[in-house]
Design a protein around this ligand. Structure first.
Ligand code: NAD
Ligand code: AKB
Length: 317
């Protein structure tokens, strides 16, 4: 059977990079990108889609005979706290639509991104295990825990092959983040490269799990490619890249920009960060499908700065 891929939320921080990788892997004609609005410079097949609209989603799935869905659309942690009920509605309605369309139209595989936001204050915050007591502090986290449990239900009841990762904060040069608590770790690089100082909305010592975009995308593709018998976690796999504080990130950047300046002005996002783990035990992913991150903090900093310099030079000439 020909594999046909649908990416929902294709123009977000992760979708931008994942869609391109999937186009390279499967070919331009096998990947359908979708999002709320189109983008003029996008190269490939695109459909405008609000994933909370069941009929619109079903039409795309039948039109292209979709066999695999990457459901990336969501409202993230910081934006979610501004409109809790709307966030619940978007995150859950879109997931139910994806699960139901996939079940009815016999889609082979679904990818669902979960998050380190699923953990709450009842956990070991260092090396947080795969299956602790989940009591998330944000509506975003509540929606992700609920999503994980529904995925598990669809797998057990209908045999739907839903696979999922609990991404840490994702850091990449290709796209901007969309309203999360870990966004500072992308924004800081842009400021450094533009020779501006950076005001951080988290305290200097707030350690959080993070991952470089290349590792996050590779993990996604490796998980989706893994033989079905190797997938033992049907809620969502813990995934680890690295862990650092804003101060440690600042010092990594200062090795390249010694005059770079940072100040700290914590806001409401500090409380969210305080409820999240400092580091993650991802041994289930390592054991089941041989996950291994490649990037540490200094390697990531070097590449982020090199790529962002190229980008800013290209738009100023
Ligand atoms: P993002 O906010 O950058 O992108 C989300 C995309 O979804 C946007 O392009 C948006 O237009 C689209 N979208 C929103 N509502 C939609 C709807 N109703 N219908 C269709 N499209 C809609 O998010 P991201 O950072 O790319 O994250 C992608 C997924 O990964 C999300 O589910 C997020 O929870 C998860 N995740 C991200 C991170 C991270 O650090 N970026 C970490 C953990 C989990
Ligand atoms: C956010 O900060 O909301 C996301 C996430 C870790 O889920 N980056």
């Amino acid at each position: 059977m020909i594999n046909m891929i649908l990416v929902i939320g294709a123009f977000g921080q992760l979708g931008t990079v994942l869609t391109e990788k999937l186009q390279v892997k499967w070919g331009l004609n096998r990947v359908i990108a979708s999002d709320l609005v189109s983008k003029a410079d996008f190269n490939g097949h695109f459909e405008t889609l609000d994933a909370t609209d069941f009929k619109a989603l079903e039409q795309i799935v039948t039109k292209y005979k979709i066999t695999e869905i990457y459901h990336l659309a969501a409202i993230l942690s910081a934006n979610g706290e501004k409109f809790p009920l709307h966030t619940w509605d978007v995150n859950m309605t879109s997931l139910f639509n994806v699960l139901e369309v996939a079940r009815i139209h016999k889609v082979n595989k679904v990818f669902y991104p979960s998050s380190i936001a699923v953990f709450g204050d009842k956990i070991e915050r260092v090396n947080t295990p795969q299956s602790p007591n989940l009591t998330p502090a944000t509506v975003y986290g509540i929606s992700k825990v609920s999503g994980e449990i529904w995925n598990n239900y669809y797998y057990n009841k209908y045999g739907l092959d839903v696979r999922s990762l609990r991404y840490p904060g994702v850091i990449g040069y290709q796209s901007l983040p969309g309203g999360g608590t870990t966004d500072y770790a992308v924004d800081i690089y842009h400021k450094a490269v533009k020779n501006e100082s950076f005001e951080c909305f988290l305290e200097a010592t707030t350690k959080l799990p993070m991952i470089f975009m290349d590792d996050a995308i590779r993990a996604t593709i490796e998980l989706m490619d893994a033989p079905i018998e190797d997938i033992n976690v049907r809620t969502s796999y813990n995934l680890s890249g690295m862990s650092f504080t804003p101060k440690e990130l600042y010092h990594s950047i200062k090795k390249i920009y010694p005059d770079f300046k940072i100040s700290y002005k914590p806001d409401f996002r500090q409380n969210i960060a305080n409820s999240w783990p400092k580091s993650i035990d991802d041994s289930s992913a390592r054991n089941d499908w041989e996950w291994k991150p490649a990037f540490d903090l200094d390697m990531m900093t070097e590449l982020m700065i090199q790529k962002l310099k190229e980008y800013y030079n290209s738009i100023t000439v």
